[in-house]
Design a protein around this ligand. Structure first.
Ligand SMILES: NC(=O)c1ncn([C@@H]2O[C@H](COP(=O)(O)O)[C@@H](O)[C@H]2O)c1NC=O
Length: 531
């Protein structure tokens, strides 16, 4: 394929569902001497605005039919987009079959994604699957050696600007960039369709993994300033950080978004109707979490768990942010607050903190909704189901001579929920349904237990408590104890009950250590590694 750098735009085909900006852009094309071809609704809008355009049906010599299912699917359209200008055979075919050469395509697709988002039923969603649009986009993008393809108004703006600069011509670099974007657009569109159809199938095919949709925001940088980054939508939208409304504060960073997500996913584990939850996250790990009767109390307890780490933290709440909680949050430097909603008085208080980012999600991410979690590895993507595993009291197996008391049981279930959201190896001490010490991301379970205790000792010093809150606490371990030493460390920290998956070949030694100390231990039968 010979590639011509600058190539003129003499004829354009415009077929758009979203007609915003259409007339103004078409006028600019017409003014540049470009002939316009158009389909039904687009043609009508142009004609009504006094912009001259030819009816695509006049070219195909077929009317639009089957409710628009067939309008541009014709060799006279696709030939004009696909013909190689330097191939004699292609040029002769255009001449002998009355195929008009098309140099520019402007198409935006039937709003399939919007139909899904509005909860339309399957039949209505299927009606919104665009066939002719993607076919033309692919044809034009394939032939970008000569053809410009635009899938959004801003693409056409870039083409018009290039035409202004190059006497009605466009450079190859722009055409290639637009072609790459066009194929990304049709890929995202097809992904949305595949996901919607798979949602109606009991055991969907997983032979191909497709994810990702439009960019929601171009972030200033990634985890570090030298890394480019962006936030993208996925086909299965859930209320959460990606779809949240930012009501105040500085631009969100990559790390803010990642941490706000980690915080909100944990806060959403707790039923907002029965208990208020507050979570403080630093570097993707909770440094404090608590549930209580009110949000303010939950927040104060979460903060007390590790006031040093909470500085510059991300706070997530499972209920509407109220004035009392906002007041408490505003007292220390906080990067982000994320909550389902906020009342007026709370927003008024936080508005004094100009840099504090406030995100309102309109709801909580559904902790029971299945979905994918994706991690990139060299040369591939590692894909797994989201960890929506949960245990309730009836799933627990009491393995020690002593059973947990009622209040220990409440704390065990709380600690187990928190430990699921802590990077492995993870140990969480909890008391009165607040974390007392968290040991995260250690390469040995024993070290995680020791770290959690050290954190509790530091918190006691900060809060001027007589003893660390691990005294009389419970302990959760995200995976089984391979040796009794981790259990011993928990006992030394003051834990009186332990929750862990069980399943080690040394379970007996581990249970013996608990029995000897007179503490209670329960097995969940479920592990919550998190890397
Ligand atoms: N069937 C076809 O041949 C066809 N050709 C273009 N379209 C779509 O029709 C829409 C524009 O329709 P109108 O100009 O009638 O409002 C565009 O979103 C375009 O992508 C088609 N529609 C669906 O497949």
């Amino acid at each position: 394929m010979a590639e011509t750098d600058l190539y003129p735009v003499k004829r354009a085909l415009i077929s758009v569902s979203d007609k915003s900006g259409l007339v103004e852009r078409a006028r600019r094309l017409a003014k540049a001497g470009v002939e316009i071809i158009s389909t039904g609704g687009t043609l009508k809008a142009l004609t009504e605005a006094g912009v001259k355009a030819r009816d695509a049906s006049e070219i195909t010599e077929y009317p639009e039919m089957m409710d628009g299912r067939v309008k541009t699917l014709h060799p006279r359209i696709h030939g004009g987009l696909l013909a190689r200008r330097e191939e004699r055979g292609d040029v002769e075919a255009m001449a002998s079959h009355a195929i008009p050469q098309i140099d520019l395509l402007m198409v935006n697709l039937y709003p399939f994604e919007e139909a899904v988002a509005s909860g339309a039923d399957l039949k209505d969603c299927i009606a919104k699957i665009d066939v002719g649009g993607p076919a033309m986009i692919r044809a034009a993008a394939k032939n970008h050696a000569h053809v410009c393809v635009c899938v959004e108004g801003e693409d056409l703006d870039a083409v018009l600007a290039a035409m202004d600069r190059h006497d009605g011509q466009t450079p190859l670099a722009l055409r290639r960039k637009l072609a790459a974007k066009a194929f990304s657009r049709t890929a995202a569109y097809d992904t949305a369709i595949a996901h919607r159809l798979a949602g109606d199938v009991e055991e969907p095919a997983r032979d191909y993994f497709t994810e990702g949709g439009p960019r929601l925001s171009a972030l200033r940088y990634g985890e570090n300033p030298h890394q480019k980054a962006g936030l993208y939508a996925v086909a299965e939208a859930r209320p959460g950080v990606a779809t949240a409304r930012q009501v105040q504060g500085k631009e969100l960073s990559f790390n803010n978004i990642a941490d706000a997500d980690a915080a909100l996913e944990l806060a959403a584990e707790f039923d907002a109707g029965t208990e208020a939850a507050a979570v403080i996250v630093k570097h993707a790990n909770p440094c404090g979490a608590a549930v209580a009767g009110t949000l303010a109390e939950a927040y104060e307890n979460a903060l007390a768990a590790d006031p040093v780490s909470a500085f510059g933290g991300i706070v997530a709440l499972n209920r509407t942010l109220d004035a009392q909680t906002a007041d408490a949050v505003a007292r220390i430097f906080t990067e982000v607050v994320i909550a389902p909603d906020a009342d007026e008085a709370a927003l008024e208080i936080l508005s004094g903190k100009k840099n504090l980012r406030v995100l309102l999600t309109g709801g909580l991410p559904d902790r029971t909704q299945p979905g994918w979690s994706v991690k990139s590895v060299a040369g591939g993507l590692l894909v797994q189901e989201r960890d929506i595993g949960r245990v309730t009291q009836k799933d627990l197996k009491i393995v020690t001579e002593r059973a947990p008391s009622e209040s220990e049981m409440a704390d065990l279930l709380f600690a187990w929920t928190v430990v699921k959201h802590v990077k492995s190896n993870a140990i969480v001490y909890a008391k009165n349904r607040a974390t007392a010490g968290i040991g995260m991301g250690q390469t040995s379970r024993l070290e995680a237990a020791r770290l959690a205790f050290r954190k509790a000792e530091e918190a006691a010093r900060e809060n001027k408590w007589d003893a660390p809150a691990t005294e009389g606490s419970v302990c959760a371990s995200d995976a089984f104890f391979p040796f009794a030493d981790g259990v011993q460390a928990a006992i030394e920290a003051g834990a009186t009950a332990i929750i862990q998956p069980g399943g080690s070949i040394r379970d007996e030694e581990v249970i013996d250590a608990a029995n000897q100390a007179g503490i209670a231990m329960v097995f969940t039968g479920m592990r919550h590694f998190r890397h």
